[in-house]
Design a protein around this ligand. Structure first.
Ligand code: F0G
Length: 463
């Protein structure tokens, strides 16, 4: 920026104290690595990866304050001091009085699904998430997607693509009856729709409708701070509210919430179930001792709970969240500037390439997003993940592949880990793959696990 012009750049609200070396490999090494990994980026070894954008889950850099907290771990089996600090953070930032700690989000999903769902129930929500839906199905339920149609349109610029279509919800209530709907499963940013947010107005209207029918709303609170930031930036009446205030307002409509702390909370492991209902809490507190550990640590060490208790407060600081989302948007705009199709608007945690449009010559059953993720790795060691037909799995009745509307590759940005230069190299890598897109062929799936197949499936290139 030259002198005399207005300053428009922003910088991260931190400086770096510790660094971790990464190395670039040769194309031959990457080809061997892909072959060994069945061409699935989940099966690559981390040491073969140059820039790791597989996930923002558990991959964040902790602050000096969090590391200091690690030294204060109270590793008592029962009643650890760090547990009470965690309860205090959750009550202060989110307003939930009861907490059951777990080792990560899916353990909390397991418990809430087993407690609330009976065989034959329906669980409406704003688009599925892989582990969430599986736990609902394993508990005997059927997930019903009632997100607005705009969520399925990658190029559409709707500011709140995660909004619930209340007409779709009313249709479901009319069809199956409110007594077959144990709860509404809400997400404040929808991972599978590209990290898109929901508006406060829609949350309020949803709550009113659900209340009328006696249906409690439970929140998948994962990445709530990013959702709150978008409300602050886009929704009339919220520009002067802090992210912390918006987060608290969202939670005020919720009967309970589960959390994968590995995202927003800037820790490498952790999660919990946060509740208002004393009876549900009592059941969860009892169940956690079977699957996770005692109710005052769940699956976490005392030191992990302390880092988490501190990370919760950092996660809702306005300058932190503006820089976090700012970096994602920077990458998205740089990729899109070359005419490459991405989900618009850019989401909070990741840039999602529209692989269906990127490799439009491939059929969806040739796994275009899976192949594109492999090609991006082959190009320059940048690791991303498939979020399309492989992640969607099979219809539990017909056994057919679910041909989802969104066939995506996710470039997920860990928090406070990479620099703007890493984002530049990533964008340039995508440009290179874009230039040779017409020569890219599809995949055949040669190994398919029964559950959450995207984690461990193996593929073979058709050429
Ligand atoms: N809900 C959402 C919206 C998620 O994104 C995740 C995890 C979970 C629940 C489950 O939490 O991993 O702690 O057990 N998402 C990761 C990802 C795996 O890469 O998006 P978990």
């Amino acid at each position: 920026m030259t002198r005399g012009t207005r300053r428009t750049s922003w910088a991260e609200p931190f400086k770096i104290k510790v660094v971790e070396p990464i190395r670039m490999t040769t194309r031959e090494q990457r080809l061997d690595a892909l072959d060994e990994a069945g061409w699935n980026t989940f099966l690559l070894k981390s040491e073969d990866v140059y820039i790791d954008l597989l996930t923002d889950s558990g991959t964040s850099a902790m602050s000096a304050n969090q590391w200091a907290g690690m030294m204060l771990g109270d590793e008592a089996y029962a009643g650890s001091e760090n547990f009470y600090n965690l309860c205090e953070s959750v009550e202060k930032v989110y307003g939930f009085p009861y907490l059951v700690p777990t080792h990560q989000g899916r353990a909390a999903e397991h418990m809430i699904s087993q407690i609330l769902i009976s065989d034959g129930d329906f669980i409406p929500g704003n688009m599925y998430f892989t582990t969430t839906r599986l736990h609902q199905e394993l508990a005997g339920g059927t997930f019903v997607d009632v997100i607005i149609d705009e969520a399925h349109d990658p190029a559409g610029e709707h500011p709140f693509k995660a909004n619930v279509d209340l007409n779709k919800l009313e249709d479901l209530i009319d069809r199956v009856g409110a007594d077959r709907i144990p709860y509404f499963c809400l997400a404040t940013t929808v991972n599978m729709a590209g990290g898109q947010p929901i508006s406060m107005e829609n949350i309020r209207d949803l709550h009113t409708l659900c209340q009328k029918h006696g249906i409690p709303v439970y929140l998948d609170k994962t990445r709530i701070a990013e959702g709150a930031y978008f409300i602050q930036q886009r929704e009339p009446g919220y520009a002067d509210k802090s992210v912390a205030e918006i987060v608290l307002e969202i939670c005020s409509f919720m009967e309970g919430a589960w959390m994968s702390s590995k995202k927003d909370h800037l820790v490498n492991i952790g999660g919990y179930l946060a509740l208002r209902d004393a009876e549900v809490f009592e059941q969860a507190r009892n169940m956690v001792v079977i699957y996770e550990g005692l109710h005052t640590y769940g699956g976490m060490a005392g030191r992990d709970m302390e880092a988490l208790a501190r990370g919760i407060h950092e996660s809702v600081e306005d300058d932190h969240i503006a820089a976090r989302v700012g970096q994602v948007v920077y990458l998205g705009e740089k990729i899109a500037a070359e005419g490459i199709p991405i989900i618009q608007p850019v989401g909070g945690h990741a840039v999602f390439l529209d692989a269906g449009a990127f490799l439009s010559h491939l059929d969806q059953e040739e796994f275009p997003a899976q192949k594109l993720a492999a090609e991006i790795f082959l190009e320059a060691g940048v690791r991303s993940m498939e979020r399309g037909i492989v992640s969607a799995g099979r219809n539990k009745e017909t056994g057919e592949n679910i041909r989802v509307g969104l066939e995506l590759v996710r470039l997920t940005i860990p928090r406070r880990v990479y620099t703007q230069a890493h984002m530049d190299v990533t964008a340039e890598t995508i440009w290179e793959v874009w230039d040779r897109r017409d020569s890219i062929t599809g995949f055949e799936m040669v190994h398919e696990p029964q559950y959450l197949r995207f984690f461990q499936a193996r593929f073979k290139p058709k050429d």
